[in-house]
Design a protein. Structure first.
Lengths: 237, 324
């Protein structure tokens, strides 16, 4: 646990010592800001609906950008060899790296807090729904980051990790759009796997255990797969 | 201290390490020598637990590398090939990261840091990013990371590759000092390196262990036969034939030399080592009253041994050079 924190801290300082963190956060806030102000000024509505509608799509780009380097970069430089010959378990290293990505994403999400203040002053938003919406956003981001981490262990370059992470996240996002064409028996499965279906309810203030189970199991699934990939490398070389 | 038993590593398209076994006692400096692709790095990676062997077993300080990996890693310092570092992280942060990953007790951190910084000569560059360091300093930082927890066993993969001669000398000096108290394994394809720093040499070729011994032993073992060269003034027609008749001589033959009016004969002893033919050859020359210009025993250098073992060359090229 202590070493996970060490790995996490190193990863965070790497984010903030390079342009990655700043670019991700600034671009994220610019786009969010645009959709929020469109709601506010053009539609004259004190709501975060536009922001919440857009978030799932935006995370498809930002999460892989945050997580693409986590292992691919260590692999390219060769620092993996030092990292994994420290007396530390693979789980602790991956946990620390995943946590760092999560912290960066949470920071980006938290920085949209002024929107909440603004609409609270101008109108009477449903604070409960806002809270669950943010919570859903974090969980969804966590799923995308787990996919991104998996992509970063899967391939050896950051760029391919980004593309792979993006493709998998995007497929997950698109699933419900194809639901109508899927034959009967798989129809419900596809609906369940779609990430947006689970987020929509939460952004309206409904917290369903099925959604939580979905997010939790997706995160665990991709983290476990990453762990397997890293450990398999030891045997394969 | 280190025991390697029937170690084999098979990659999908290549047998990288082919059933090698050796043991390293405490305090030894072992040089792993071989051409590129001989399996040195793979062997070292398996010793650190970074790669798992296909079969065979490695124990370090009594712990099995596979089943007791964390304990092994605790007693090990490792400098990987090409010395990978985080370029955007400064020297002190690198060391602090190593300190934290190695669970060095908080009370000792200051002392440990001070010690490795002095030993590796990093005083002036603590605030510099690794990406800005010269190759020599990068290497020192890599070593500092590897020894910060004062491990009993050090594994260094090509610690001097890419350095200039002065830096090589410095790093070599550092390695020798570290080797005084630690069991140390280093790999290289530079011969003078093992000759000057190692107590023992293992030569690998195509995944196999082809030689094992001290630098002196290896030279002696591979040279087995003794070679003496005699140079005489004038054309001495029967010199070779006369010398071939001496006891213990396998054959004697004329050597071509550039010097005009000089006869050179190469005398080769029989297979049994430990023969010193110099005196007998000299006595024969004196009996014949030949004008002797030169008489010397030729030693095979480690380089010749290395070539013999890894290329399968029978006759060392160095000889021709020396005679010419």
């Amino acid at each position: 646990m202590k070493k996970s924190c060490t790995v996490c801290a190193r990863e965070l300082s790497a984010y903030f010592n390079s342009p990655v963190a700043y670019i991700v956060i600034v671009v994220y806030l610019l786009i969010c800001g645009w959709f929020f102000s469109a709601n506010l000024f053009f539609d004259q509505q004190a709501t975060l609906r536009g922001f919440f509608n857009l978030a799932p799509l935006m995370f498809i780009f930002f999460a892989p950008a945050i997580s693409m380097g986590l292992l691919a970069e260590e692999q390219r430089r060769g620092t993996v060899e030092i990292l994994f010959t420290y007396p530390v378990t693979t789980t602790a290293v991956l946990g620390g790296k995943y946590a760092a990505a999560l912290v960066l994403l949470s920071l980006a999400i938290l920085l949209t807090f002024p929107y909440v203040v603004t609409i609270s002053v101008l109108g009477h938003p449903d604070l409960g729904a806002l809270f669950t919406g943010y919570f859903g956003l974090l969980l969804m981001g966590a799923v995308y980051l787990a996919i991104g981490l998996w992509a970063s262990t899967m391939v050896k370059s950051q760029l391919s990790a980004f593309i792979l992470g993006f493709l998998v996240s995007f497929s997950l996002f698109m699933l419900d759009k194809f639901q109508a064409w899927v034959p009967r028996p798989f129809n419900r499965l596809v609906g369940f796997l779609s990430i947006e279906n689970h987020f929509k309810a939460m952004s309206r203030g409904v917290v369903d255990t099925r959604d939580l189970v979905y997010y939790g199991s997706m995160i665990l699934f991709f983290l476990a797969w990453s762990l397997y990939l890293v450990q398999r490398r030891k045997w394969r070389g | 201290m280190i025991e390697v038993t029937s170690l084999t590593k098979r990659f999908p398209h290549q047998l990288a390490v082919d059933n090698i076994s050796f043991a390293v006692p405490r305090g030894q400096i072992l040089g792993l020598l071989g051409p590129n692709g001989a399996g040195k790095s793979t062997t070292m990676k398996m010793m650190t637990g970074y790669l798992a062997p296909t079969s065979g077993r490695i124990t370090i300080a009594g712990h099995d590398v596979l089943t007791d990996s964390l304990a092994v890693r605790r007693s090990l310092g490792y400098l990987p090939e090409n010395n990978p570092l985080y370029d955007e992280m400064n020297v002190l942060d690198h060391l602090m990261f190593a300190v934290r990953m190695r669970d060095i007790p908080a009370l000792e951190v200051r002392d440990r840091l001070r010690r490795v910084i002095t030993v590796c000569g990093l005083e002036g560059v603590l605030e510099k990013n690794a990406g800005e360091l010269s190759k020599g300093y990068r290497q020192r930082l890599g070593l500092a990371q590897a020894i910060i927890h004062d491990p009993p066993v050090l594994i260094l993969d090509e610690p001097t590759s890419g350095l200039d001669p002065n830096q090589i000398r410095e790093i070599r000096e550092l390695i020798r000092r570290l080797g005084e108290e630690k069991t140390l394994i280093l790999s290289t394809h530079i011969l003078p390196e093992v000759q000057s720093t190692c107590d023992r040499i293992l030569i690998m070729n195509r995944g196999r262990l082809v030689a094992d011994g001290s630098p002196a032993e290896l030279t002696a073992q591979a040279s087995g036969t003794e070679i003496i060269v005699v140079k005489l003034r004038g054309a001495v027609a029967d010199a070779a034939a006369t010398l071939a008749g001496l006891p213990g001589v396998e054959k004697a033959e004329d050597l071509a030399v550039d010097e005009p009016g000089v006869t050179a004969v190469r005398v080769q002893s029989r297979g049994d080592a430990g023969h010193d033919l110099r005196e007998a050859v000299y006595a024969a020359v004196r009996r014949q009253d030949w004008p002797l210009l030169e008489l010397y025993r030729q030693r095979l250098s480690l380089e010749d041994v290395f070539k013999q073992l890894t290329l399968g060359e029978a006759e060392p090229a160095a000889e021709a050079r020396r005679v010419a």
